[in-house]
Design a protein around this ligand. Sequence first.
Ligand SMILES: [Zn+2]
Length: 78
Amino acid sequence: MMQSCYFCKGKVVQQPTSVDFWWGDDLKIIEHVPAGVCTQCGEKYFEAPVYTQMERLAKGASEAVRQFTVDVVRYSAA
Ligand SMILES: [Zn+2]
C-alpha cells in the first residue's frame, strides 16, 4: 500500500471511505471501502482485490442500504 501520495507526496493513511462508482450510466455509492486516503489532496488508493470487489458490488444487484437523490447541474461559464 502507498505510504505517500503519487500526486502531491502527501501522507496516505488507511481509512474506510465512501466511493462513488460509475458503472455505465449507473452510479453506486459504496460505503466503508478500505482505502488509503491522501491527507493532503484526498486522492484515494485501493488494493486490487478491493477494486475488484467494488466492481462486483456495482454490477451486482446487491441490496441498497439507503438511497438519496442527486442534483445534476450543467456547467455554464459565469
Ligand atoms: Zn495527495
